[in-house]
Design a protein around this ligand. Structure first.
Ligand SMILES: Nc1ncnc2c1ncn2[C@@H]1O[C@H](COP(=O)(O)OP(=O)(O)OP(=O)(O)O)[C@@H](O)[C@H]1O
Length: 425
């Protein structure tokens, strides 16, 4: 009843058992998830298992978990495992409504809180100033843009900034993770299909190219596309038309293509990995986004910004950084770039207890077990060690490619990122 004004459709379940059937009727944008269902249980395991199930869906909903007031550690665990937010019971009606509204508005409350448009791209280093100038000059053109940079540097933000400053700003900005599209459904996902084209095609369905018509199609992780899929994409871009599966006639394409990859230039120019002809279609303009360690003067301002966002978000006091923390944060190599920095700030806001924030509050210093210390001394730790090892093996087998490693592990990319940060990988 409380949320009726917030959402177009609300569906409730008294028992988790019916969840699969509910999801089959259509995926929700937001799930408000209790963590204990069986009377007498309070460990949250049932809820965390459901959270993992929801996070593994192809288009995972934003999950807000509900915990008892006294069980903040469980809420933190849920956040680490991919929940976007939590509310404590008994809940405050206004706070619950605001949390759900913010999740619905941005499908990600933290991002909504940071504002929208180019202003999201924070940092005043000369590298960031050059990047902003480049965005301003290329945005009004229709040229295809290829954004290069490590994971978490802000490639998607750059793509959005280009869209927001372009003539297509009123149109849709649609991001597609090309590494996550199964090859078998690649054409139907991108180009759409007609009713009856295959067994599950019960009605006509638009593909991403049609959905983004008049706007910008952001092809993320293009380095992870199999060569067969690359050929299909190339044909669409060359002809500037797509044929939905089962259709007789092609449809014209009216999208601006912005793409991104974390592959380095050498790998990208290796024809065994990426088709040269497709690369030339995509890279009319190349925008490199530097890693955070190459623009260290941005680190503290970014931290201060995110601390204030999360302090507001979690209704916590804004604690200042102590001097040693500033030195440690600036010296850190930030392999996960701004994404990792943001999560570290969220952690510091939630866990910080003292009058100032220390490096340990950000998870620095205890990311790796120090040499000489016994790594395994109880079962919980063993499990942790195994998790770290398994992730490290998956990353090395997939050559550091996050999408492929996530696929190997059966995790979403976000879930893998969180675990990598937890283990300092
Ligand atoms: N310059 C920046 N200012 C503010 N926030 C940033 C900046 N760069 C990145 N972020 C934040 O870091 C996170 C990761 O950004 P984004 O998803 O754009 O990175 P990415 O390079 O596309 O990552 P991936 O390659 O893993 O997909 C987001 O939460 C984004 O808001």
């Amino acid at each position: 009843m409380l949320l009726r004004k917030q959402a177009a459709r609300i569906s409730t379940l008294g028992q988790p058992q019916g969840l699969g059937a509910k999801l089959a009727l259509g995926l929700p944008d937001v799930v408000l998830l209790d963590l204990n269902f069986t009377p007498g249980r309070a460990d949250g395991a049932e809820g965390l298992a459901l959270l993992a199930e929801l996070r593994a869906l192809p288009t995972p909903p934003t999950v807000i978990v509900m915990t008892a007031y006294a069980d903040i550690p469980l809420a933190v665990k849920a956040l680490q495992q991919g929940a976007a937010d939590f509310v404590t019971k008994p809940w405050d009606n206004d706070k619950l409504v605001a949390t759900v509204a913010s999740a619905l508005a941005g499908r990600h409350p933290q991002q909504a809180a940071v504002g929208s448009g180019t202003s999201q791209l924070l940092g005043d280093s000369s590298a960031m100033r050059n990047l902003r100038a480049m965005i301003a000059s290329i945005a009004p053109t229709e040229a295809s843009v290829l954004i290069l940079g490590e994971n978490g540097v802000g490639k998607e933000l750059v793509a959005r900034a280009i869209h927001d400053a372009s003539r297509r700003a009123r149109g849709t900005f649609l991001a597609v993770d090309m590494g996550a599209l199964p090859e078998s459904t690649f054409e139907s996902e991108l180009f759409g299909h007609r009713r009856g084209a295959f067994t599950d095609a019960r009605s006509d369905r638009a593909g991403r190219f049609q959905t983004a018509r008049g706007g910008t199609l952001f092809l993320d992780e293009i380095g992870n596309m199999p060569l067969g899929a690359q050929a299909k994409l190339l044909t669409a871009l060359e002809r500037r038309e797509v044929t939905p599966v089962g259709a007789d006639h092609p449809e014209p394409v009216d999208v601006r293509i912005v793409s991104a990859t974390n592959l380095d230039e050498a790998r990208l120019h290796d024809p065994q990995v990426f088709r040269t002809d497709l690369l030339f279609r995509l890279n009319t303009i190349v925008v490199p986004v530097p890693p955070l360690r190459a623009r260290r003067e941005d680190i503290v301002p970014l931290i201060q910004r995110y601390l204030s966002v999360y302090a507001r978000h979690y209704d916590k006091p804004l604690r200042p950084l102590d001097d040693a923390a500033i030195v440690a944060l600036e010296a850190h190599s930030w392999p996960g770039n701004v994404r990792a920095l943001r999560h570290a700030c969220e952690r510091a806001v939630i866990l910080g207890q003292g009058p100032t924030l220390t490096a340990a509050d950000f998870g620095l210093g205890n990311l790796r077990p120090s040499a000489g210390q016994p790594m395994v001394n109880n079962d919980a730790l063993k499990l942790d060690v195994r998790e770290r090892e398994t992730i490290a093996v998956a990353l090395s087998r997939s050559d550091g490619n996050i999408s492929s490693a996530a696929k190997l592990l059966g995790l979403s990319r976000t879930a893998l990122y969180r675990r990598m940060e937890k283990h300092g990988l």
